[in-house]
Ligand binder design. Structure first.
Ligand SMILES: NC(=O)c1ccc[n+]([C@@H]2O[C@H](COP(=O)([O-])OP(=O)(O)OC[C@H]3O[C@@H](n4cnc5c(N)ncnc54)[C@H](OP(=O)(O)O)[C@@H]3O)[C@@H](O)[C@H]2O)c1
Length: 410
């Protein structure tokens, strides 16, 4: 860090901590030209641009006017631009950078960022969509994109290169192969999205962090119920210090050691947002603001949710997914086990019943057969006894009696 509110990047170039965001709806291109002029005259010396904002020509016109009027020289101003997702293929990187330079009317950039880790299908619209309306992805590895960016540094087209919306694992992967280390990671960060872990990680790797949407992007549809600018603590601190809520929010991030790039097309706000160097927040006030973190992300780039390089599966989320997965697996096993046991019991019981029926039936049959057979055979035995020996014995007895009758005088 060169001083409290600027950063010395890997190239030795100095980046002012307070920059001016230039993203604005397309229909206000004229406003962007005016806004950049107002910003530079108000003291901003850092402009945040990008090809996808589709207004780099307007920014370039403003810069040209300011240089011609001698308000600034090229060296006085730090200009960032970003490589869009449809240009990740290494052979497209240089031409994309050249296009931004041409639109901005510059011969070099101070910082060029890979806007997102995920690439979209090359060669067409900024947001290429298939017939089903889904965004068409490209699977170019951002590591390959990075190598092409390094070549652009070698050629003198840009002083520093960096990242935007990258998570720590993606940065780690890049650092393993990078010949030129990233100087900066630009990520969403404001009162409601602290990004503590990512910032800590970047700092440990000597990568500066720029907070985009530093005012919480008021008006953004996915903002929480109470926008950052409306938070009672912020309003109270603002009135105590005779400052505005926007100034409190910006100062809070600057004191966290971050660069900030608020955007406005309103003259009074542009000026107001630059008046943040004449007051300080105490440790206690910083803590009060820190406690308002909600980990609420506004820019989710949902259209790329299924992309293999989608960045917002952070460590906590991955841990939560892992735990949920383990719990799911454990419950699945438990349920399966219980179901298995229950079915085993049920089957045994049913089988038992079936076997009982079968056994009873068999026994019944057997006994009925036996019963039927035994008496039958008993009867037939008796019958046989009677009819064979019995009758013959009777016959013999009768014959003997018959033979004795005359001797008896009958
Ligand atoms: N790398 C990325 O993926 C990425 C993503 C988003 C943004 N960015 C960069 O970050 C910049 C800022 O982000 P952002 O535009 O989303 O959010 P922001 O700067 O937090 O908020 C901009 C909004 O706040 C209003 N505003 C500005 N100053 C104000 C003040 N003093 N009081 C009340 N309202 C005020 C502006 O309205 P008016 O304009 O009407 O005054 C505008 O609607 C962008 O311009 C862009 O350069 C980068």
């Amino acid at each position: 860090m060169a001083n409290k509110f600027s950063f010395t990047l890997n190239s030795g170039n100095v980046m002012p901590a307070l920059g001016f965001g230039t993203y604005a709806p397309q229909h206000v291109e004229e406003d962007v030209l005016k806004a950049v002029r107002i910003a530079v005259k108000a003291g901003y010396r850092h402009l945040d641009c990008a090809a996808i904002y589709r207004n780099e020509r307007a920014v370039g016109q403003a810069l040209k006017q300011l240089i011609v009027e001698s308000t600034i020289t090229r060296k006085d101003i730090f200009v960032t631009s970003k490589l869009w997702n449809t240009c990740h293929r290494p052979d497209l990187v240089r031409s994309s950078l050249k296009k931004s330079l041409e639109d901005l009317g510059l011969s070099y950039l101070d910082l060029y960022l890979v806007h997102w880790p995920m690439g979209y299908q090359e060669g067409g619209e900024f947001i290429p969509r298939g017939k089903d309306g889904n965004v068409l992805y490209s699977d170019v590895d951002f590591v390959e994109t990075w190598k092409a960016l390094e070549d652009c540094v070698d050629e003198g087209l840009v002083k520093d290169i960096g990242l935007s919306n990258f998570n720590s694992k993606q940065i780690e992967r890049l650092l393993e192969v990078a010949r030129i280390k990233p100087s900066n990671n630009q990520v969403e960060c404001h009162l409601h999205l602290a990004q503590n872990k990512l910032i800590e990680y970047c700092k440990s790797k000597n990568i500066t962090v720029t907070a985009y949407s530093p005012l919480g992007s008021p008006g953004n549809k996915s903002a929480p119920h109470t926008p950052a600018l409306e938070e009672p603590v912020v309003k109270q601190l603002a009135s105590q210090k005779n400052k505005t809520p926007a100034q409190i929010l910006l100062r809070f991030l600057l004191q966290r050691g971050l660069a900030v790039i608020p955007k406005s097309v309103t003259q009074v706000r542009i000026t107001e947002n630059f008046q943040v160097f004449d007051f300080e927040l105490s440790d206690d006030e910083m803590t009060q603001l820190t406690n308002l973190n909600k980990d609420h992300r506004l820019s989710t780039e949902d259209i790329a949710l299924k992309h293999k390089y989608y960045p917002f599966y952070d460590d906590d989320l991955e841990l939560a997914i892992a735990i949920a997965w383990c719990l799911g697996l454990a419950s699945a096993i438990a349920i399966a086990w219980c179901l298995g046991l229950a079915s085993a019991i049920a089957i045994t019981l049913c089988l038992g019943l079936a076997s009982a029926i079968a056994i009873t039936w068999c026994l019944g049959l057997a006994s009925s057969i036996a019963i039927a057979w035994c008496p039958g055979s008993g009867i037939s035995y008796c019958h046989r006894l009677v009819s064979r020996s019995g009758i013959s014995k009777c016959h013999h007895l009768v014959s003997r009696i018959w033979q004795l009758l005359p001797s008896l005088g009958v």
